[in-house]
Design a protein around this ligand. Structure first.
Ligand code: 5GP
Length: 191
């Protein structure tokens, strides 16, 4: 998605060789017009699928997920993150190791907000090693829902997330694909 690539070039900040900060349009301050365009693009990419619900993880997945849900006219639910929790039977829970924070969190979805048999589209801001999407897949499986694919805002192709998800037959669509960070610059993968 050209608009997003341009914005990454303009406002993204490369940290070391593996991390991109996009906190002035996605991860802290949010650009609603860009989010709306991304939501429409995800809706276009998954237009052939019947989708009942969007699932994402708080907090940075919420903005693109809301606009995707709006474009598809379906509900959106975000998994909450908790470091410790009292397990109850009311929730689906999965462990997610965070690549950026280097800690394991639980992600939790109330059982009322995913129904068995629903077709679910996963949305997230970044795909790195695939742990966040894997956690959402586990939750969907526990809920006996079917995942139709994952829509990712920014995929880093030099990390192993896509391979992990493709091995499981998951369709993954990314709006921007980054091949490397070199000398503080973003190198995009060829389309
Ligand atoms: P994964 O679970 O695929 O290893 O990592 C994805 C999650 O880690 C995303 O939900 C995102 O919050 C965070 N993340 C991974 N890489 C980056 C990055 O380069 N920049 C930012 N801002 N977050 C990232």
């Amino acid at each position: 998605m050209k608009l997003l690539e341009e914005r990454i070039k303009q406002d993204g900040r490369v940290i070391g060789t593996e991390v991109l900060k996009v906190d002035n349009f996605l991860n802290h301050q949010v650009d609603p017009a860009l989010m709306e365009a991304m939501g429409q693009e995800f809706a276009r990419l998954f237009k052939d699928e019947k989708i009942d619900r969007i699932l994402t993880v708080e907090s940075s997945g919420i903005a693109p997920a809301v606009f995707t849900a709006l474009a598809l006219n379906v509900p959106m639910v975000f998994a909450r993150k908790k470091q410790s929790l009292t397990l109850t039977d009311d929730n689906y829970v999965a462990d997610v190791y965070s690549f950026t924070k280097q800690e394991t969190n639980h992600i939790i979805v109330d059982k009322r907000f995913i129904q068995a048999g629903e077709r679910i589209l996963l949305i997230d801001d970044f795909l790195a090693n695939g742990q966040a999407v894997q956690g959402m897949l586990e939750i969907a499986k526990a809920a006996q829902a079917e995942v139709v694919g994952a829509g990712i805002v920014i995929e880093k192709t030099f990390q192993k997330g896509r391979a992990l998800l493709n091995e499981q037959g998951l369709k993954v669509e990314s709006l921007a694909r980054i091949q490397a960070f070199e000398d503080g610059k973003v190198i995009f993968a060829e389309a």
